[in-house]
Design a binder for this molecule. Sequence first.
Ligand code: PGA
Length: 244
Amino acid sequence: MKKLIVANWKMNPTTLKGAKRLFYQIKTGIKKYSHVLQNIKIIVCPPFVFLPSLSQMAKKGKILLGVQNFFFEEKGAFTGEISPSMLKDFRVKYVILGHSERRKYFGETDEIINKKLKKAIEKKFKPILCIGETKKERESKKTFKVLKKEIEKAIFGIKNLKNLILAYEPIWAIGTGNPCKPEQAKEVLIFVKKKLKNIPVLYGGSVNLKVAKDYIDVGFDGLLIGGASLRPKEFVEICKVCAI
Ligand code: PGA
């Protein structure tokens, strides 16, 4: 199976010009090393507003597009929301769901995430479901309990999980410069793989070039990268080291 390297740009960059520049830098870097990147899938998840431009730029390249969220209804009176169908014209195949920042800042509950996951599967997206524990939960040895609950609630009532991708993102490791130790992450990987068979599992949380390959070496199927995906040179290098 190809390794998945997913760039979560979050709410960056702040201009279309900046987004195009970043995408172009990643694209040209990837192209230069295409001979070594055959067993890697690269997915960029920009903010929605950049999709019209970036989907044009992605047309002839290796980079696939994803989004960081969508709503679970098709259309109608839902002010400020974006529906899955609206994204199809921009060749968006992936959607990040249940990211801890959405849970924290936008009140996304397990029930909402379950609805979004159902919609994603119905609409033939490949959902990347994020799960992760807080520092407090880890310290009080509740990690596995929390992850089990997040998974069970998210997939409740969903039979067809064949397109599902899971991302283990310990909340305390996100954006902190303090990635989870690969051996610790591996314990979660084993737990998750036992629970959900044949589902790719990514690691995310302060991934940088120094540590990226360690997660692949302990068995992860790829990475979900925030901060380092905004540094095109480093991002391309991460893709390279994970391909070897
Ligand atoms: P980070 O973000 O790599 O900046 O920690 C990862 C994520 O939130 O998906």
